[in-house]
Ligand binder design. Sequence first.
Ligand code: SIN
Length: 270
Amino acid sequence: MTYELLDVRPMTKRIGAEIFGVDLSQPLGNQAYSEIHTALMQHQVIFFRDQALTHDAHKAFARSFGDLAIHSGVKGLDDHPEVVAIHADENSKFVAGEKWHSDLSCDPEPPMGSILHMHTLPDHGGDTLFASMYAAYDALSPAMKRFLEPLTAVHDGNHVYKAIFPDSTKTYPCNSHPVVRTHPVTGRKLLFVNSSYTTRVNELSKEESQAILAFLFQHVQNPNFHVRFRWQRDSLAFWDNRCTQHFAVWDYFPDVRSGYRVTVAGDKPF
Ligand code: SIN
């Protein structure tokens, strides 16, 4: 793929690219949109530097790729309900995304993508790891792929958000999705279970389900499928939530790390 406008620099062979040559605070022209979309489909997570964005500009950029989703577990900002604050400091008891996950896989239609803009970073640490679920699927043996193909799994938001909000009386989304999903744009198969939300493989006994999920959660941790992003002030990451998982490293306590995330609506996995 050749890019006319953008300078796209892959970070690994399997996942991740840094993108230069575009100002995301300005409306995207057709060519810029098309090249960013192509880079996202090719590299699954793309990173931009030095993008000072207002909430409106952040949302406008996200809207180029689809409708905005309202987070089903965490309340957005009062005046921008589609924008969720990501924040940790010396009072934090947990941080968002400390386990491998794809965002809101508990939703009936999990988000297509998430766009995270960071404005305050610790001096050291606070990286985010991303894993390619294409690479995780491709690395399985043909026999394991055949075994997983017809299975579905439960993705439950209740244990995730009740741990964060113990006093909440709210019921959070809980839905079943295929264990092996086909990406609606690329047509590639990928692994779609994660250690935050996925609780049970429907077609297996409880013990079988625990064993196979333990294997798959460990499989996803293989660094051969990963890229690691080191944030700077005004960095922005845009990940395709359908074919990646991510893990926010909390190695900077008690320092402050802060930013905002917007999610783009997705569709029902098949
Ligand atoms: C998240 O969206 O899970 C948080 C990611 C991060 O803070 O790096």
